[in-house]
Design a protein. Structure first.
Length: 428
């Protein structure tokens, strides 16, 4: 993004305390994120990440100035705008109505699972996948209850759908947004679509096949569901305007790239802000909407940028990752899926993308980072924040997915997806 500090690789003498202290803080942060429990205290992810950022600041691993410059304003502005739109969609009842429209024609479990996979998957390319995890969980649980289907099936379908579907868009998830903004990609919507649209649709279809094969006992038939009412028609109208702005801005960027423009006509952060304007200016509920957006996630990202910049400046991970890890698309995909299990996908991209750029990475290599770090969320529950969000929300309603239930579908699905994305990114 223009005006944002470009990543550079700093080196330190072997054994420098700075190198190991920053990495130690990072290790503690991810250990705490994995266990989320210290004695009687249940920690939240944003609290853990904020603690890590404060630790590297207090110990002098990063200066306050560098910490401030490390926070990517484009990502923060984009997330704020999209959170406003997402919260308005929930408050207005429009999202419930939209989801019902997708599901209303489903008469069997197969049709319903396909509707969730492709409907929620494609929708996650417009809204952040974490947003859909929050608002989609109670919706699919309601569908499961009304149609007497085991919630496990629909929760798994939702998790796979929003992870896989978000791959094909630069605004589908935070790690894709980082790749699109920090790489200087001229036409991110077109580039993502050209390389990732078709393999994503294939991956969604494979998801249905595997769910059908692995959980055949969960598929039933013969059910009906009542149509939900929109609770606020006025806010619904503003939401539709916001969504139209997003689609129109994306169309402008696509048209510009087709016409040969090398620069983005409407930057991604501007799209989110402009789309949120109707809600922020004209909705009587604007204060309540702004109050209810996920401020903790914004704080998490700000803290993550600070901690990752400190670790990046230390050069520790750069010294561990050899040239082979960034030499080919299959290698990048495998490294992205594997490492994202341990340090999560967004922090992984924040650390790994500068290495790709420094080596003169091509669009397929950059998109391999985006795709690999995203489908890592299909491998295990801990592979994506959206999985954790779905399970935490489901447990509020007395339902859950076990680690092994998720792994039964996640391991083979991720293996197939690695092959599919590898083929397309290598040969398209």
């Amino acid at each position: 993004m223009a005006g944002h500090k470009k990543p550079t690789i700093n080196t330190y003498p072997s054994g420098n305390q700075s190198t190991y202290l920053s990495v130690f803080v990072l290790a503690v942060v991810f250990l705490l994120i994995a266990i989320r429990q210290v004695g009687r205290f249940r920690l939240k992810i944003w609290q853990i990440m904020l603690g890590g950022a404060v630790a590297v600041l207090l110990t002098g691993q990063i200066t306050p100035t560098d910490a401030f410059l490390a926070i990517n304003p484009g990502v923060m502005v984009f997330l704020f705008g999209m959170f406003v739109i997402g919260e308005a969609m929930v408050s207005s009842g429009y999202l419930s109505s939209f989801v019902h429209h997708i599901f209303s024609r489903s008469r069997t479990s197969d049709q319903l699972v396909l509707a969730i996979l492709f409907g929620m998957g494609i929708f996650s390319a417009v809204l952040m996948n974490d947003t859909l995890a929050v608002i989609g969980t109670p919706l699919v649980l309601g569908v499961a209850a009304s149609r007497h289907i085991r919630p496990r099936l629909l929760l798994l379908a939702l998790a796979v759908a929003i992870t896989t579907g978000s791959v094909m868009s630069p605004i589908g998830n935070p790690q894709n947004l980082l790749v699109a903004l920090n790489s200087g990609m001229a036409s991110p919507f077109v580039t993502f679509a050209v390389f990732l649209f078709v393999p994503t649709l294939i991956s969604l279809g494979l998801s249905w096949v595997l769910l059908r094969l692995i959980f055949p006992e969960d598929f039933t038939s013969g059910f009906t569901i009542e149509s939900p009412a929109e609770s606020d028609p006025g806010l619904t109208w503003l939401v539709k305007i916001s969504l139209a702005i997003i689609l129109a801005a994306a169309a402008v960027n696509i048209a510009g790239s087709v016409a040969g423009r090398t620069a983005i006509l409407v930057p991604l952060p501007a799209i989110a802000v402009i789309a949120a304007v109707p809600i922020l200016l004209f909705s009587p509920q604007r204060r309540e909407i702004v109050r209810k957006i996920d401020w903790y996630t914004l704080l998490f990202f700000a803290a993550m940028f600070v901690l990752m910049e400190s670790v990046r400046e230390a050069g520790f991970f750069q010294s561990l990752i050899g040239p082979g890890a960034i030499s080919s698309v299959p290698a990048i995909l495998c490294v992205s899926v594997t490492v994202s299990q341990f340090i999560s996908n967004v922090p992984f991209v924040a650390l790994f993308q500068p290495l790709i750029l420094q080596a003169g990475g091509t669009n397929p290599q950059l998109l391999a980072v985006a795709a690999g770090s995203t489908i890592a969320g299909n491998l295990t529950i801990l592979g994506a924040a959206s999985n954790v969000i779905i399970i935490q929300n489901a447990e509020k309603y007395g339902e859950t997915i076990t680690f092994w239930e998720f792994a039964k579908i996640g391991i083979p699905l991720t293996a197939f997806q690695l092959v599919v994305y590898g083929i397309f990114l290598t040969f398209v």
